[in-house]
Design a protein around this ligand. Structure first.
Ligand code: AHM
Ligand code: MG
Length: 336
């Protein structure tokens, strides 16, 4: 093992010396890493424990919950509640905001998470992930107020995800680049295996659920048509298409070798505002992507600048290699 592969704790302590990371944020991130390690184990043992299937419940998104969605949520809630600085939790799987403090102080943390993203992949043994981010409250609150969690993504002080794939990896940013860690079976440690992850500016790979083509607007069709038209089309080069139906897995691939991930608002999902959630999917992954040198947009606006209207709000997502995100933004501008 290379000496560069420091443990997650060593990395966070080095980060504290270099960038002044708050010690409570370090405790919280260690608790999140523990939660991810437990979730990874629960997924891998799901076939034995009989926890791979669906529950009878439907979550606030109107989607059937998997047993592991519920388990992963319980694990996240429990471990994020350890840190005395956490004021509130916002989870994809819970309708209401979970307030842990009655009178939060300035600097207390709001934690946003999707405990098990892409869970439709569980039954077919493909990659899934957990997504999280942290915002520090600017001002103390006299009482809990659901509006206080409606913070822009640009206020996130930390964001990241765990991917449960052939190995379990944890990828985080605290605002000074993006670093990836791999869970080392046997020791229980996450070790720094992918330091300073950078997204290439250019790419010939895009990720979109193409079965929704007939629902898309003209700008989205133009972009995909041009990519598909290959060497004889306006882009004069061939493109590759990938779609795992797990945003974490698609974003992880983009962080590793470039690409653009797209989930537009289309005719069918427009009444809900899109498919993906702003506060615990698009904002955290948007921060990771930007910190790795990429861009994250709705097609018209920077995701991290959006003022949230509700904590389960949905949004259009275009994120990844900057040349492609800029191109898609331009196609939307030209269509106006
Ligand atoms: P989930 O949070 O309910 O798992 O939904 C989010 C997932 C993303 O991970 C993925 O990109 C998308 O939904 C897949 O959607 P589709 O089923 O349309 O391919
Ligand atoms: Mg999700």
């Amino acid at each position: 093992m290379s000496e560069a592969q420091v443990t997650f704790r060593q990395f966070l302590l080095n980060n504290r010396r270099a960038h002044g990371t708050d010690k409570d944020l370090i405790f919280l991130l260690e608790d999140i890493a523990t939660a991810c390690r437990i979730i990874s184990h629960r997924i891998r043992s799901g076939a034995f424990a009989g926890t791979l299937g669906a529950t009878k419940d439907v979550n606030v998104q109107g989607e059937t919950q998997k047993q592991l969605d519920v388990i992963a949520n319980e694990v996240f809630v429990k471990h994020c509640s350890n840190c005395g600085r956490v004021a509130a939790l916002v989870s994809e799987e819970v309708d209401e905001i979970i307030w842990l403090k009655d009178r939060p102080a300035a600097g207390d943390y709001l934690v946003y998470f999707d405990p098990l993203d892409g869970s439709s992949n569980l039954d077919v043994n493909l990659s899934v992930g957990s997504i999280f981010s942290v915002v520090a409250l600017e001002d103390a609150l006299e009482r809990t107020s659901d509006e206080a969690v409606l913070q822009k993504g640009s206020r996130q002080i930390c964001a990241g995800y765990a991917i449960y794939g052939p190995s379990t990896s944890l990828v985080i940013t605290t605002g000074s680049g993006v670093d990836g860690f791999t869970h080392q079976q046997g020791t229980g440690e996450f070790r720094l295996t992918f330091p300073d992850m950078r997204i290439p500016e250019t790419t010939r790979e895009f990720a979109i659920n193409a079965s929704r083509y007939h629902h898309w607007d003209a700008s989205m069709r133009r972009y995909v048509d041009e990519c598909l038209s290959g060497e004889n089309g306006p882009r004069a080069q061939s493109h590759n298409m990938r779609w795992t139906a797990s945003m974490v897995a698609d974003i992880h691939r983009i962080l590793t070798r470039g690409g653009v991930f797209i989930y537009p608002v289309d005719r069918e999902n427009a009444s809900m505002g899109g498919k993906l959630r702003l506060m615990y999917e698009a904002n955290p992954l948007g921060m990771v992507v930007e910190q790795a040198g990429g861009m994250a947009s709705t097609g018209t606006d920077r995701i991290l600048d959006l003022p949230p209207q509700s904590h389960h709000q949905r949004v259009a997502v275009v994120m990844g290699s900057s040349d492609e995100v800029r191109r898609i933004n331009r196609y939307y501008q030209e269509a106006q």
